[in-house]
Design a protein around this ligand. Structure first.
Ligand code: IVH
Length: 683
């Protein structure tokens, strides 16, 4: 190929990949498989590597990030980034409408939109190419977060078409959809980090990350809602949004034209209920005058436009009594205060407990035992206490003071600099920490010993039969048959859980099967701080066995893909501890996998990314557990039951008849073991 041809080929591939990204992330209508997409991307990457003279900083290959921003530069907004006037009442919407009609008369059209609950962003394009992405900041100047924003795949780096203005700014909201938020929090819990309270905080925290490749993994999204009218030639807001959509922006279609306050109220009432079914958070609706000339006539106050208003949904709030505060100790030793409340109905569920997060929150609320507290369910998953009704306070109520020692093992608590949580440092013998580590060890994504749940682990622990993961492999029928525990269920009734023959058989076979769990998952199961599922995979792939990992120096660790200083430090510290070395030697002796098997490596890929797969029946070439781990190792989600969302079923012999019938009824593809292995390139 001549150099001219190479250039053309790079341009063609770039265009093609941009189009596929647009189809997938903006329209949610992919036209090629992930596998074919990855192939195109690899091809472009190779060409760019070979011919760096044609490399474009806005190439789709740059979406994975890699740029590090030590501190974010401040950029002045060309047009101040104003906020909107807020209201919670229909009367104020009527007042707004009256004010508007007084200035521009009755020939009026409003555009009603959703108020996306995320972080505001201003994107500037010159000649159709993204130049800067700036946060709101103080409204006059904000942070330059361009490197991070470039990793958000629904934001076009190069615009489609050609009729866009030479230079313009478009504004929108960076949001984190619920599915990505839940996944992110699960991962944070896995590595012992505090979960984010809500998707907005998670989105905002993500934009401030220094490493853009971390941002790339968060699956942020961006909904566009405003182009300052100075930038464009159209007559109204709606036409502009439609144009923006043609240029490749994600402009949601939850929009409606309203001619009267009644139309507006209908829109609000509809979304107040329907918002529960959206895959992302909204906190209200926004009402905007559509016509640009009318917008200009109305103008701005110092803080917000007079042509728009935001109606905010009321977070459902109730008042109830604080009965007591308990302190939970997690696997990492973090102590979380939990408020025990007089049960109260809130947004359809009975709330008995609310998280108080940390000592600062208790102090900020100046909480006292017996207080009447306001409980809210806003964007947060767990209800939270937002205030105290001090008028109901009685004299001499007891102030809540955060304990100075662990509520379980009485060790003095420590608070690390810069962290809001208190920790119990007695990680070796504080019971909930040991139990938490055992629960993590057996969990689905780790050793996957599903015949042992939290309750059963607790019985084994309480009977002093299992105090460390290695003890699991020393269990036998004689030691565990017949052990039991009486416990109280949710309704306060006494229940008995006892290890009968069948239970024991299942537990022991689950433990035996776990010996074939691949090295990466064993590594994850050890519960080393900051070593989540993905990092464990990277470490296993790079170091191949535990001995190489154990003896790796800091420099060698940070050389591995995605291993940063924080992770390296944590690994070094973990391997310095003799108890941990003893644990590894016992687990090795028990027969666990401490080195990568060639097939582990060749079966790790993203080929099945985004797919939901059911595995059913018994298999000939591999064991069922192995097929299941192939599903996960290749990026798919393993699900137990068939639903409309299932992409396909891997069926062995004796697939359950009801599953077969359901799959057929829903028209879900059923493939054989051989076909599945072919798809993941295991021959
Ligand atoms: S329009 C000049 N439309 O809410 C007016 N804002 O409190 C520009 N927001 O700063 C804003 N959804 O961060 C607009 N559909 C929407 C919105 C929206 C969310 C956010 C945005 C804004 C804040 C106002």
């Amino acid at each position: 190929m001549s150099i001219e041809d190479i250039k053309l080929k790079i341009e063609k591939l770039t265009k093609e990949i941009n189009e596929h990204n647009y189809n997938y992330y903006t329209l949610s209508k992919p036209v090629i498989s992930d596998y074919d997409f990855d192939f195109l991307l690899k091809e472009l990457e190779e060409l760019e590597k070979q011919y760096p003279q044609f490399e474009d900083p806005l190439s789709p290959t740059k979406r994975v990030g890699g740029d590090i921003t030590k501190s974010f530069n401040q950029i002045e907004h060309k047009y101040p980034m104003l906020s909107l006037g807020n209201t919670y009442s229909f009367d104020e919407i009527k007042d707004f409408d009256n004010r508007v009609r007084k200035v521009i008369g009755d020939d009026i059209q409003y555009v009603c939109e959703l108020k996306y609950d995320g972080v505001a962003i201003g994107l500037t394009y010159i000649n159709g190419r993204l130049v800067t992405a700036v946060t709101r900041g103080d409204g006059t100047k904000g942070d330059d977060v361009t490197a991070n924003i470039k990793t958000i795949k629904s934001i076009p780096l190069v615009l489609k078409g050609s009729d866009y203005p030479e230079e313009f700014e478009i504004r929108g909201e960076i949001i984190l959809p619920h599915s990505s938020f839940n996944k992110l929090n699960e991962e944070r819990l896995d590595i012992g980090d505090e979960p984010f309270a809500n998707p907005r905080n998670a989105a905002s925290g993500s934009l401030k990350l220094q490493d853009s490749s971390e941002v790339a993994k968060r699956n942020l999204d961006c909904y566009l809602y405003y182009i300052p009218s100075e930038n464009v030639s159209f007559k109204n807001h709606l036409q502009n949004l439609e144009r923006a959509r043609e240029w490749g922006f994600k402009v949601p279609s939850y929009l409606e034209i309203a001619h009267s306050v009644e139309d507006i109220f209908r829109f609000i009432n509809f979304w107040d209920i329907e918002r529960d079914n959206l895959p992302f958070d909204i906190d209200g609706v926004v009402i905007k005058v559509n016509d640009y000339n009318q917008q200009r006539d109305l103008g701005f106050t110092a803080k917000s436009p007079r042509w728009a208003i935001a109606y905010k949904f009321k977070a459902e709030r109730v008042c109830t009594r604080l009965l007591s505060v308990s302190y939970q100790v997690g696997r990492t030793g973090a102590v979380t205060p939990v408020a025990n409340l007089q049960p109260v109905l809130l947004a359809g569920t009975t709330v008995k407990r609310a998280s108080l997060h940390n000592a600062d929150i208790i102090e900020g609320l100046d909480l006292k035992l017996g207080d009447w507290v306001y409980v809210e369910k806003g964007g947060e998953i767990i209800p939270k206490i937002v205030g105290v009704d001090t008028s109901k306070r009685e004299l001499f109520m007891e102030t809540i003071i955060f304990p100075t020692s662990c509520p379980i093992c009485q060790t003095s608590l420590v608070r690390k600099e810069g962290e809001s949580a208190h920790y119990c440092p007695n990680e070796k013998s504080c019971p909930p920490q040991i139990k938490g580590k055992l629960e993590h060890f057996i969990s689905r994504k780790a050793m996957n010993i599903d015949s042992l749940g939290e309750g059963k682990v607790e019985i084994l622990f309480d009977n002093k039969l299992v105090l460390s993961p290695a003890d699991l492999y020393k269990l036998n029928t004689d030691t565990i048959l017949g052990i039991e525990k009486i416990y109280q269920n949710e309704e306060g009734k006494n229940k008995k859980l006892s290890f009968k023959e069948k239970t024991v058989e299942n537990i022991l076979s689950g433990i035996r099967n776990s010996k074939s769990v691949p090295f990466a998952r064993v590594l994850f199961a050890l519960g080393i701080r900051y070593v989540g599922e993905t990092i464990a995979k990277k470490l296993a792939k790079h170091f191949k066995n535990i001995d190489a990992l154990k003896t790796a120096t800091f420099e060698e660790l940070v050389e591995a893909e995605e291993i940063g200083e924080k992770i390296a430090e944590s690994l070094i510290l973990w391997f310095k501890d003799d108890c941990n070395l003893e644990l590894i030697s016992q687990l090795k002796e028990a027969g666990l996998q401490f080195e990568i098997v060639e097939s582990d490596q060749s079966t790790t890929s993203d080929i099945l990314k985004g797919k939901s797969i059911v595995v059913s029946g018994t298999f000939k070439i591999f064991r069922r557990k192995e097929i299941e781990s192939f599903v996960e190792l290749n990026g798919a989600k393993l699900v137990k039951s068939i639903s409309q969302k299932t992409d396909f079923v891997v069926a062995g012999e004796e697939m359950g008849p009801s599953k077969l019938e359901k799959a057929k009824k829903l028209g879900i593809e059923i493939i054989s073991e051989e076909e599945f292995l072919e798809r993941i390139n295991v021959k």
